[in-house]
Write a new protein. Structure first.
Length: 312
């Protein structure tokens, strides 16, 4: 069974309790943590002020972090989320202890919200209901967040296919925009995901009664495999986009060279005609039609030369 409680506007709590077990888990999810939410955690759990300050919605960390305290583990992780077609980093702080897990997302994170709502409606379906372990609940949350990363990778693949078609259609302006957005998303996603494997490995090897049980290695090992697969896919997508960019630049350079060649041809042709006109203008008694004929012959001669050289 699970009991849902809305403690305040930004604080929601689920109590996961298996009747066949003697323990329970309080999962507290806090959105947009401000002064009131931080004070609530300080009074109820006595977490370190420096860690509570890091969990505030007004601050953000540039790197993931994991700290083992005597009674709990504090973590900062980043996960990719999509915002108006761009991939950005969502920071989530976790406090994990015996019988509780607290999550503090910096922004609304769809997979985290969906999983929390599942726990509200049907906690019996959760693996943490069977084990009544906050470490297993953390595994389930991380698993959902990594699955969402796969969905973003699928979106990248579709965007790459679209960019390939656009480059082949020689729509230079649209191609440049698509490739730029793809590179931005892949760079951001790589920055976000690059440390996940090491953080999860540290969790597995941590000397803590919260994370230590042997049966957790199986589940956290699955998370490591997922992070490896995500990273390999990101590497393949990065290489594909770089090849696509090179193709686009080659085509852009080809069109630019053609444009410059045509401008040069027109410049040389009309320069020759202008020179003849300037020479004949020195003698005003010359027949104007003779000048026009000579200028035309000079222009045609230049065009014939360019054609013969295969410059046209």
């Amino acid at each position: 069974m699970s009991n849902f409680k809305k403690i305040s506007k930004n604080i929601q709590q689920i109590t996961i309790a298996n009747p066949q077990k003697t323990n329970y888990i309080d999962w507290i999810n806090i959105n947009s943590a401000g002064k009131a939410e931080i004070e609530f955690l300080r009074k109820k759990y006595g977490f370190k002020l420096s860690q509570l300050a890091a969990a505030s919605a007004k601050t953000s960390s540039q790197r993931p972090l994991i700290v083992r305290e005597p009674d709990y583990v504090f973590m900062i992780l980043h996960f990719p989320v999509e915002n108006s077609g761009r991939i950005i980093a969502a920071e989530i702080e976790f406090f994990i202890g015996h019988g509780f897990l607290i999550s503090l997302p910096s922004v609304s994170v769809e997979p985290l919200n969906d999983f929390f709502n599942l726990g509200k409606k049907d906690s019996n379906s959760l693996l943490s209901y069977e084990f009544e372990s906050s470490a297993i609940l953390l595994y389930e949350i991380l698993n959902q967040l990594l699955k969402y990363s796969y969905a973003l990778l699928d979106n990248n693949s579709l965007a790459i296919s679209q960019a390939e078609q656009t480059v082949l259609s020689q729509d230079q302006k649209k191609s440049a925009a698509l490739i730029l957005n793809l590179r931005h998303n892949l760079i951001n996603m790589r920055k976000i995901m690059q440390n996940h494997k090491n953080i999860i490995k540290r969790l597995m090897t941590m000397e803590s009664s919260i994370i230590a049980p042997e049966h957790l290695k199986k589940y956290y090992g699955e998370l490591i495999n997922q992070t490896k697969n995500i990273w390999e896919t990101l590497e393949n997508q990065r290489e594909t986009v770089e090849v696509l960019r090179d193709s686009y630049e080659s085509m852009a350079n080809y069109h630019l060279n053609n444009a410059m060649k045509m401008l040069t041809i027109f410049y040389v042709t009309f320069s020759s005609m202008s020179l003849i006109a300037a020479i004949f203008s020195l003698n005003v008694n010359n027949n104007i039609w003779l000048v026009i004929i000579i200028m035309s012959l000079a222009g045609l001669a230049m065009l014939y030369l360019f054609k013969k050289k295969k410059w046209l």
